[in-house]
Structure formats: C-alpha cells, structure tokens
Design a protein around this ligand. Sequence first.
Ligand SMILES: Nc1nc2c(c(=O)[nH]1)N[C@H]1C(S)=C(S)[C@@H](COP(=O)(O)O)O[C@H]1N2
Ligand SMILES: [Mo]
Length: 411
Amino acid sequence: MDWFDPADGGITRRGLLAGAAAGAAGLAASPALGQSMVDLRLPGGNGGRPLTTAFPQKGSMILQRMHPPLLETPMSVFDGDVFTPNDRFFVRWHWGDIPTAIDVKRYRLRIGGHVDRPLSISMADLLRMPRMELAAVNQCAGNSRGLFQPRVPGAQWGHGAMGNAKWLGVPLRHVLDLAGVKAGAVQVRFNGGDQAVLPDAPDFRKALDIDHARDGEVMIAFAMNGEQLPLLNGFPCRLVVPGWYSTYWIKILDRIEILPQVDDDYWMAKAYRIPTAPGANVVPGTKDFPTTPINRMIPRSWITSLEEGQSVGLTSVLPVGGIAMGGDSGVARVDLSADGGKSWHRATLGPDPGKYSFRRWDARIPVAGPGQVSLMSRCWNMAGVAQPADPIWNPGGYMRGNIETTMVKVG
Ligand SMILES: Nc1nc2c(c(=O)[nH]1)N[C@H]1C(S)=C(S)[C@@H](COP(=O)(O)O)O[C@H]1N2
Ligand SMILES: [Mo]
C-alpha cells in the first residue's frame, strides 16, 4: 500500500513500476489459453469456456474475449470471502485501445466545463485529499446476459461479470466543490484513458445527474481491497457509483466535465438504455419501446457452495451457502427452497459490510429422499423488494434479477 502513503503525498517508485510493469508484462503479448474449461450451462449449449491465466495481475479467469479483454469470474470464487480478490475480479473494456502502462507521475485528472475553476489534479494531489472507504458491488449491466431466452446479442456472460470490493478514494463531491460547479449545471460526464479504435467510433463516456454526482457516495477510487487497482480494473483511479451498474464506473478516469445540459452522447442517448416498463421487461422480440438510461441495481442472490449438476451424498439436511446483494439498498433477508420454490426456509445472514456490498448467507435445508433437487435462493432488500420468480427480457440483455435455480443430485 505504500504507493499512496499520505505522509509524502503519495507516489513511491514501487507504485509507479507496479503500474508500468503490468502493461509490459502482457497486454501487448498474446495470452496463451489454459487447458481447463468451465461449463456455464448457458441455454443453447455453448457452455464450455476456456480459462486463462495469461493476463497481468489476474489469476484464473473465464476468457470471454481476448482483445479488448472480457474476463469473467468463476462462480467458485464467490464462495470464498465476500470481497472478491483483485486478481479474480472481472474485466470489461469496450474499445481496443486501452493503455498498457500508466506513468502515474504524468497522470492528470482534468475537471472542466461548467465550473468556476478548471482543475488539473495529479495523483499526488488526489492522494492528499479527504478520503472515504465503502464496500460496493461492481456489476455489469449485462451480467448473466447469456441466460436470456430468447437469446440476445452482446457478451454472453454467465453470473461472473460482477465483484465486490472495499473501495478507497476521494468523494467526487470534494473535487467538484474545489472546481466550483456553476449554477445551471445539469450533469457530470466522465471519460477514461482508453480510446475508440476507429476514428468515427464514439469514445466511451458516461454521465450522472449533478445531484447524484454530489451525493457524497460517488467516489474517485484509487484502491480496492487495500491495494492499488489492477491496470485492467482502472489503475490509477476509477469512478465508483455505489448501487449503480458498473457501466458508470469509468476506469482510468482522466476527465470530468460539468454539463449545463443532459449528455446527448452515444453512450447515454443510444446505448445502455432499458425499457421504462416495470422491471425493464418487454415482450421478447419487441423493438420499439420507451427507454431510459440504465441506473440502479436490483436484489440478486446466488448459491455458491454447490455447483450446477453436482452430486452430494445421501442426506436429509443439506448445507447450502451463497451470496446476496440488495442492489441500491442492503440485504434484508435470504430464503432458500429445495423443492423448486414450493416451500422456503430462512437463511442465516453473515456480517453486513454495508448496504452496497455482497452479504454471505448459509442455510441447512431439508431434502426429500435421493434424486434431483432444485435449489433456489431469493433475496429481499431493505426497501422490501424481493427477486421475482420469472426472468425478464429486453434486447440489451440487461438487469437480470430473477430467482436462479441450481440443480444438484442427492444420493
Ligand atoms: N474507461 C472505461 N471505463 C469503463 C468501461 C470502458 O470500456 N472504459 N466499461 C465499463 C463497463 S460497461 C463495465 S461492466 C466496467 C467493468 O469494470 P471492471 O473491468 O473493473 O470489472 O467498467 C466500466 N468502465
Ligand atoms: Mo458493463
């Protein structure tokens, strides 16, 4: 952690090299594929996915795409700590031109637009500012898209396009106050150090409403789980938007623009939009419907102690464990069923690391005789919202949140 030691304002040689070495070690090189495969059991039968260990600062990950990297976290990782290890944390980039090294001494975060004082902030400056730490789930809007039926185009993620970390950084509000937001500001737009590869392709930028940006929870994070961010997760700093899908969590954050109007850029006006219909749900195949930018997350839960298709010895009481998230509020309760949703048993919740975090749950559930058992978990959040039984559909494959089923064989 010494690279952001506040005593000297921060950046040691070690930190600088860590960032640079990450790039040199491998993004440019062609990663070799591992031998093992993971079966995600996606509908349509394309379940076999190669695992790779070839990316810098990353352990064994499901390879969705090599360039730009799309790496998914295997479900078994979530059965460990509720905080996802940095080297197993999923990775998603839109455009191929991502930096392979960052010189933190030259790195600047620029703040401009509708402000009194445009700023250019160095990492040393940022590391001297007031700090906050917060546990929050980073989940791709398209997490579990591979399970949509009928299927939709886009990255065919299983459930592993998500991770939970303790994020350490500076409240965005502090930086906005330093710049002095002018009256009439409407949104704040964020841009990162990656570029579109084709000249006409839209740079990846996202915007939040000004009040949201100033809520004291949205932060510029420079560390996750007590370490600097892996390069692929946005070193040296990224936006963290607690409770919101990670499309807003801009990585390698280097530009903040305060806008006197709503952002009409491609990534807000055209992409990452969901139906305004309840639950973001439309009849499969529907194309024309009113949309709104994707926003808050919803409650979800997963069984992590048992895998789909696993066999367990004959027993009348089966221990089952997993994780849950409340979305934009905390996890209030998790129930478990071992009979396809007919009867439910309350699970015991683990410690609460904060309302935006994963929370562990465990249950011992009665099972009837030998044979196939259909296990289901259902989360309620603190706002009283429970996971629905039925899956939704929308053409983007966004916001899956229904009760998931894990089939195991007893005896
Ligand atoms: N600069 C930049 N930031 C970005 C993106 C990107 O393409 N470029 N993708 C976003 C999307 S859609 C996701 S799902 C998350 C993924 O974060 P991770 O790679 O740290 O897991 O980054 C977000 N931030
Ligand atoms: Mo995403």
